[in-house]
Ligand binder design. Sequence first.
Ligand code: ATP
Length: 597
Amino acid sequence: MSGETKFSVMCSLFNWIQKSKSSTKKRSKFRKFLDTYCKPTDYFAAVRLILPNLDRERGSYGLKESVLATCIIDALGMSRESVDAVRLINWRKGGAKTGVNVGNFSLVASEVLQRRQGMISGGLTIKELNDLLDRLASSENRAEKTSVLSDLIKKTNAQEMKWIVMIILKDLKLGISEKSIFHEFHPDAEDLFNVTCDLKLVCERLRDRRQRHKRQDIEVGKAVRPQLALRVANAASAWKKLHGKEVVIECKFDGDRIQIHKNGHEIHFFSRNFLDHTEYIHGMSNFIKQNVLVDRCILDGEMLVWDTSNDRFADFGSNQEIGFPYALLHVAFDILYVGDSSVIHQSLKERHELLKKVVKPVKGSLEILVPDGGLNVHTTAGEPCWSRIAYNVDDVETFFKRTIENRDEGIVLKDLESKWEPSDRSGKWLKLKPDYVRAGSDLDVLIIGGYYGSGRRGGQVAQFLMGLAERPAPNTYPRRFVSFCRVGTGLSDEELDAVVNKLKPYFRKYEYPKKGPPTYYKVTNNSKERPDVWIDSPEKSIILSITSDIRTIRSEVFAAPYSLRFPRIDKVRDDKPWHECLDVESFVELVHSSNHT
Ligand code: ATP
């Protein structure tokens, strides 16, 4: 009978796996659980709890840590001002009394729950838990979610609830890979999942764990896990890896990997995490129906945004609000299925030929990427080519340099003889990207000025002038900031709006040349990067984490000795006060040390 496996048994399993150091031990615990404690009819119910991020049967919970925190506080009937409530809300930073678990939401939650829940298991079965999680996902507002959480709290102890919180956040931190889970479950599980992206189907079809399954090919309408690219350090090592092969080099577009499945009038847009992006139907379906010349097919490519008024790619983030002049553009770089058969076993060269036959390109809407052809749009450098055959390492080097100048993400090299393999990252495709200084907490710099945008963001601040601090005397705050770089990309429109709105009261128009810059900012006289507004007091400003191409440039435009090539905003550091801005000396040290490695 289904539904008998108790959740408490799974919690013990989770604890064991987490505690075990070696992956062999972790795997054997899971195998024992399947062999001994889990009924075959419960396989799906159990596996979806251990691999929650692969489960597409249940919709999204709409619960990130911050909302989950308030729901738990309400479900426990706590005052929002109580010490524990503040601890939950501030789980990332810790409250007045900083606990050891700061930064780990489920541990902070379990600390809080432990004081309110008993030790005795509520006896919940995994079937009952899944039913409650279904209710949680389908409940429409916070009150309903809170009531489901309160039910869950009643039926569990703190230990069980900790794991439930992790299931809801879709990360169990068990230190066992998805691959190992699949392998212990069934030798064919991983392959079957890769071509169906359907956990339920895998658990049900492979319920007899000793019976081998016939290898399955891809199907139209079922997402397939994409062929991936292996990262290489430079053009020479890429060339060495593909030695003797016929190689195509392509621009690495910076959008979203989307598989288009066309089955007559039914069209799906599957992303890498196999969600069907129905929001693309409106902007794309007609182009696909009219210009994909077969009834059934799967195209593999990148979804991008095309700026129709300037005839160029727009930042992908702007696709949240597609509308004139922005339009969706799918660049198909591969084809996986044509008519009634899969073509992934054919060579890439053959698939390029098929792509040319099957897709009639439409400028700025549906393009194909094939060597020395396709893609009717020009690079910034004015060259019409985004893909070409490489004959030697210099070809690779030149192509890479050009994409960098063009500010593209990098390049992808592909073996033209290779077949397309789901989820493979063995090196048939290689990617070469400029190295970025991973900002982390290192390149946290302060906004000191702003630039008005154009077009959509006309009349509003859309880019920032960033400053490094002049190193202050010990135990004092910095008093002066040195102009450092100009940055505009990286944030979503919402994030940018939030920063601009917070700073608006402190914008002071730069009335050049009538008035000089504020004395607490050091800038050069160079007119190139003169901001439109200054932040009139650094103490009110905001820190941003900046990432960049590792090659810093000696700067005459900015007051700091070096600036960044192609800087991007990585995140807004609301949690960092203005005075923790990186200082010039530390930055220079960082530049020198990265140049030595
Ligand atoms: P990254 O963060 O570098 O994009 P990733 O892990 O998302 O890495 P990889 O498999 O390493 O993905 O790199 C391939 C990704 O690059 C694809 O998933 C796709 O989204 C993107 N891409 C852009 N242009 C191309 C192209 N011409 N051919 C293949 N992939 C491309």
